[in-house]
Design a protein around this ligand. Structure first.
Ligand SMILES: O=c1ccn([C@@H]2O[C@H](COP(=O)(O)OP(=O)(O)O[C@H]3O[C@H](CO)[C@@H](O)[C@H](O)[C@H]3O)[C@@H](O)[C@H]2O)c(=O)[nH]1
Ligand SMILES: [Mn+2]
Length: 717
């Protein structure tokens, strides 16, 4: 283990990126926003509801900008020094790796196999690793593909290590052509590996077309007569690393688990799966560190474990995937519970290791309690043989196992939010833990994002809903201002997730210019004060554009992303608000809608991080529609603005005095409408396109009906 000698240079250094220029720009925009608000308030008395609504929207935007300015005030980055690890680490710790999957159709088993293969092959001693796959889909096909993948791993892992392969997900690796002389040893091995990988993919594909023959195999008996929502726990040790020689010892443990599900039991979606993973791994290997990776991601960099992982072990704002945690943090330990040397304080020992409390907190399994005590005391002894512990592991997978325990409340991944990652993260930060964000080059993990269209919007809707749930449950970063250990600006950072509530002001703000044009009302300040609005828009555009360009993105991807965020706010987050209202009224429950994944056939383009992923694809700006409710608001906004512009141009022909100094609307409002049309441009294209890129007739007619109501209502006044 690492010794904590303070004379050694640090493993990780914080590099500050603060810039006075950027601070000044942020403050200037804030100042402009405040002066706009002031102008509105000063001129309010003579005006009407339109100005009140505009004041509301602009106050929301100002609040958002204020929070963002606070959060961005002193940006920093943690730079890891993996080489320094050699000086202090004499024995690398065990690491358990968790991969959850839930649906063999939406999450193709070959993709899960790739994720697992990339993890089995990381540069880390194989006997220190264990990979656990949780399958909420209870799919024999997923199990089959893991079995096949583990066979392939016996040649894949040695191949990767021999040639120091960088990207160890085979599907991704073989997207690059071979660059070596035809007769070299490497090219022969490469060809052989490629053939074997293709054979693996074919086998999995054949099995997904016809899985009847699986029924005849005794190993698949446990899957017969099961439904994903109704079956007992299935636990299979796919591969056990028993040391041995040669290839045998190169592949880490691989365990397949599918927890019990019964129709009347809540299973808590991914967080329930993560907690079962925690328990089973606790029983089997009990590693002090763990890595969470979604089934749609893969380890992109073989050295992800050394240094970077250890240095970032407390984890950044946990976003569900590509993140390291210590087991003790997941078991609810706070920094205050620890002495300087990392052992539990006497108070914490009484609190955590009290025999009576343990069973009520962690559940009735004796083996589980023993493993917990060992983990808390940092004395985890992995089982000599994984198969010895299967019965106990099955017990902790029962759906009533967590009944009246602390699982999901203060232990493990927290429940009561579909954004279990943010929820758990908030729980950890509230206890006072710090975390670090490490973004190495090349990125340690890469994953797939849904295509631009309903899948992306539904995902955003889930995140938005989950975020609001986090803010209003027991682990809310907003409660306990003086009691909790979380820092003030960290709280603000969580408050930022409230931003999905801005869907309402954004929707209103997209309709206001059109309403004013139709109504012949003024929306923006008149005379020189119009300068405030214009400067704001121009500055914001230039500022965000500069940010995009300096990160290496194109002007087009900047434009697409501006448009995308407006669409996400009005078409996705709007429904998050609806979800929450329906939940509060007890009308419907909130479920985890799994994103549909496709295995990429093209190499990721650079830069490939963060929110720009989607807009960076080759189909940049191509938007897919379907007849779900999600596209009604966007289509409605587009139609209303087009109608308003049409009315405006007719009015222009009637009177030459368009930008009248009087009370009416004019060029400024028309420009507002044009801006909205530009931001919702995919919808304009969707009006004329056919197939999946066209807006379906039912959506169009519903939106058109709303538009007629809106226009009639405006005209009447
Ligand atoms: O009942 C469930 C539902 C989902 N999953 C798994 O959860 C992961 C994430 O699901 P995905 O459909 O890919 O959602 P994303 O929106 O891409 O996931 C992001 O958002 C989630 C919270 O909404 C986090 O859990 C994820 O880690 C984070 O990457 C996948 O591996 C799923 O197999 C389960 O194991 N059980
Ligand atoms: Mn995902």
């Amino acid at each position: 283990m690492a010794d904590s000698s303070s004379s050694l240079p640090p493993l990780c250094e914080r590099i500050s990126h603060k810039s006075y220029v950027l601070r000044a720009v942020d403050l200037m925009i804030l100042g402009l926003l405040f002066s706009l608000l002031l102008h509105r308030i000063q001129h309010m008395s003579q005006k009407d509801n339109v100005w009140l609504v505009a004041l509301f929207c602009e106050s929301c935007l100002t609040f958002a900008w204020l929070i963002m300015t606070c959060i961005k005030w002193s940006p920093a980055e943690d730079k890891p020094y993996p080489k320094r690890l050699d000086e202090r680490v004499h024995d690398l710790p065990l690491v358990d790796m968790f991969v959850p999957t839930a649906d063999p159709v939406r999450e193709p088993p070959i993709m899960v196999a790739n994720t697992v293969l990339s993890l089995l092959a990381v540069n880390y001693p194989a006997n220190k690793l264990a990979c656990y796959v949780s399958d909420d889909g209870c799919s024999p096909l997923t199990y089959f593909s893991l079995k096949e993948a583990s066979k392939f791993a016996k040649i894949w892992v040695p191949f990767c290590k021999k040639y120091n392969v960088k990207v160890r997900a085979p599907f991704r690796y073989f997207l690059n052509p071979l660059v070596a002389a035809d007769d070299s040893e490497f090219s022969k091995d490469w060809e052989m590996m490629k053939r074997e990988y293709e054979r693996l993919s074919r086998k999995v594909e054949d099995a997904s077309r016809d899985s009847h023959w699986l029924d005849a195999d005794k190993d698949f008996e446990a899957f017969s007569n099961t439904k994903p929502s109704d079956h007992s726990t299935i636990l299979k040790v796919v591969w056990e690393n028993k040391g041995g020689v040669g290839e045998e010892k190169e592949v880490p443990h691989l365990v397949y688990i599918s927890r019990e599900k019964r129709p009347n039991y809540l299973h808590h979606y991914k967080s329930g799966a993560m907690n079962f993973l925690l328990r089973v791994s606790g029983l089997m290997t009990n590693a002090p560190y763990m890595l969470h990776v979604d089934c749609d991601m893969y380890a992109n960099e073989a050295d992800v474990f050394l240094g970077r992982g250890v240095a970032g072990i407390q984890g950044p704002l946990y976003c569900g995937s590509g993140c390291f945690h210590t087991r003790r943090v997941m078991y609810g330990v706070s920094p205050d519970d620890l002495e300087d040397d990392g052992s539990l304080t006497p108070v914490a020992t009484r609190e955590f290791l009290d025999e009576d409390k343990l069973a009520t907190k962690f559940g009735s399994s004796k083996e589980m309690v023993i493993s917990m005590v060992e983990a808390l005391k940092r004395k985890s002894n992995p089982q000599n043989s994984l198969t010895n512990i299967i019965e106990a592991a099955q017990e902790v997978g029962h759906c009533h196992y967590e009944y009246q325990t602390s699982w999901g409340k203060t232990l493990g991944c927290l429940y009561d939010s579909v954004a279990e990652d943010m929820n758990t993260s908030s729980g950890i930060h509230l206890r006072g833990w710090t975390s670090s964000y490490i973004s190495p080059e090349p990125p340690a993990f890469l994953g797939s994002t849904p295509s631009l269209g309903v899948e992306a919007i539904v995902q955003q809707r889930r995140w938005g809903t989950g975020a609001i749930e986090v803010l209003f449950n027991k682990q809310s970063p907003l409660i306990g201002i003086f009691r909790r250990k979380i820092r003030f600006r960290q709280r603000l950072a969580y408050l930022w997730v409230l931003m999905c509530l801005r869907s309402i002001p954004e929707l209103l703000y997209c309709l206001l210019p059109a309403y004013c044009l139709l109504h012949n009302y003024t929306l923006y300040p008149k005379g020189p004060c119009l300068g405030i609005t214009i400067t704001l828009v121009v500055m914001h555009c230039l500022y965000t554009l500069w940010q995009y360009l300096s990160l290496g993105f194109s002007v087009k991807s900047w434009y697409v992303s501006q448009s995308l965020w407006r669409i996400i706010a009005t078409c996705g987050w709007l429904f998050s608000v609806q979800d929450i209202i329906l939940k509060l009224l007890g009308i419907s429950k909130i479920g985890f809608v799994i994103a549909k994944k496709t295995i990429s056939k093209t190499r990721p383009s650079k830069p490939s991080q963060g929110e720009d992923d989607e807009s960076n694809s080759s189909d940049l700006g191509k938007f897919e529609f379907d007849s779900s409710c999600h596209f009604i608001p966007g289509t409605f906004i587009m139609l209303v603005n087009l109608a308003a512009l049409a009315v405006f141009s007719v009015r222009l022909q009637w009177s030459s005095d368009c930008s009248s100094g009087g009370g009416g609307s004019g060029l400024a409002e028309a420009c507002g409408c044009i801006l909205v049309v530009l931001l919702f441009f995919p919808f304009l294209k969707g009006l004329f396109e056919k197939g999946k890129y066209g807006i379906p007739l039912p959506t169009l007619s519903k939106a058109a009906f709303l538009t007629v109501l809106f226009v009639a209502f405006s005209e009447e006044n």
